[in-house]
Design a protein around this ligand. Structure first.
Ligand code: GN1
Ligand code: MG
Length: 361
């Protein structure tokens, strides 16, 4: 069965399928829009789960079911209107009402309600950063008391000790014979290893909790309505327990860089304090309900941790022979490393200014 319409028919949706066509400008044809014939039935998004990245589909969809159910209850309790646009709704299969995905020729597919009259954004300005900060903080806040124990959909995804271990291993093996060419970068990164793994140590000492995080907090992972208000957070595949630094730090890594993460012109790279301030203001507004003083105090560390972690991950891939990230030219990964290392240095230099701003709020 490779007809999308047949796949769509496996799900217990409201209305009858009228048409299935690719959604968005992505080249990969695994996200589709399913329109229904009836005016009062919603349209749907049909999506294939990438099992190379997410091998445990049961865990993945179990997490998503728990998260969306919990947020829905919170919104209902708060008397929110428009709940179907404020949280994603995944559809059960016809064969098994407890299952939110269907296997088709070894590939898992899922179906969710399409959120009408909504847009995503690619770029941020201070205004949308503040809205994003508030929305991601609210997302964490709503999930702070989720009863289910969520699984790690990508094991050790944002574990800095693990990422450094991976780097040390590939340095020892040097499979692509590139270690000698990047020794100064290796030395600089490993020189910060101790201070950048402080979260893992505090976690072991029981001083830093893991909470449910989104773990892919880019501005294009939220939907806005026509009035530019945030409707909801999407792309829930990486939702898992982590230190809250994941969502705070990774957003700033992408949004507060003056340029793209692979810009080879390092004079463009730097940490943008205007975006930092706006995002932090929004985030603290909604996250203050659950953040501990230590978590709050460590937010500037989080802003430095993610450029650092990304530099380590890109360097690991470069030394491995470019196996994880797609490269458009031979030293693409090395340009990414240099870019993220430059951003890391810039963020490190601004840590005192960040701390002063947070204290002033
Ligand atoms: C990957 O594919 P994308 O852009 O959503 C990576 C992130 C990195 C990012 C860097 C599952 O995300 O962790 O920050 O590349 N996601 C995974 O470009 O590894
Ligand atoms: Mg993504």
């Amino acid at each position: 069965m490779n007809n999308y319409q047949d796949i769509a028919d496996l799900f217990a949706i409201r209305g009858t399928v009228a048409e299935v066509r690719p959604l968005g400008e992505g080249l990969i044809n695994d996200t589709l829009l399913v329109t229904t014939a009836e005016a009062d039935a919603p349209d749907y998004v049909l999506q294939r789960v990438n099992t190379n990245v997410f091998p445990d589909v049961d865990m993945l969809m179990g997490n998503i079911a728990a998260v969306t159910r919990h947020i829905r209850r919170k919104l209902e309790a708060a008397g929110a209107t428009d709940i179907d646009r404020r949280v994603l709704t995944f559809m059960p299969t016809k064969a098994d009402a407890t299952k939110l995905y269907a296997m088709v020729e070894g590939q898992p597919w899922r179906m969710m309600v399409f959120i009408a009259d909504a847009v995503t954004k690619q770029a941020v300005n201070p205004e949308s950063s503040e809205a994003a900060g508030e929305a991601f903080g609210l997302f964490q806040a709503m999930l702070a008391d989720i009863p289910e124990q969520l699984g790690e959909t990508i094991k050790d995804f944002h574990n800095m000790e693990f990422r450094l271990e991976q780097l040390r291993e590939v340095i020892a093996q040097d499979p692509a014979h590139r270690v000698a060419t990047v020794q100064p970068i290796i030395d600089e990164l490993l020189g910060h290893a101790e201070e950048m793994t402080v979260a893992e140590r505090l976690g072991r000492e029981g001083r830093l909790p893991k909470r449910i995080c989104h773990c892919d907090t880019k501005v294009n992972n939220m939907m806005f309505d026509k009035e530019d208000r945030v409707l909801c957070v999407i792309d829930l595949d990486t939702v898992m327990p982590n230190f809250i630094f994941s969502d705070y730090g990774d957003f700033l890594r992408t949004a507060a860089n003056f340029t793209a993460e692979d810009d080879p012109d390092l004079t463009h790279v730097g940490f943008n304090m205007e975006i930092f301030k706006a995002f932090t203001r929004g985030y603290l507004r909604s996250a203050k309900s659950f953040l501990t003083p230590l978590e709050k105090e460590m937010l500037p560390y989080a802003a430095t941790l993610f450029p650092y972690m990304q530099a380590v991950r890109f360097l690991w891939d470069y030394l491995s022979g470019d196996k994880y990230w797609k490269c458009r030219y031979p030293d693409h990964n090395l340009d990414r490393v240099r870019n993220q290392l430059t951003l890391f240095r810039s963020a490190m230099a601004k840590k005192p200014e960040m701390a002063a701003f947070i204290a002033s709020l």
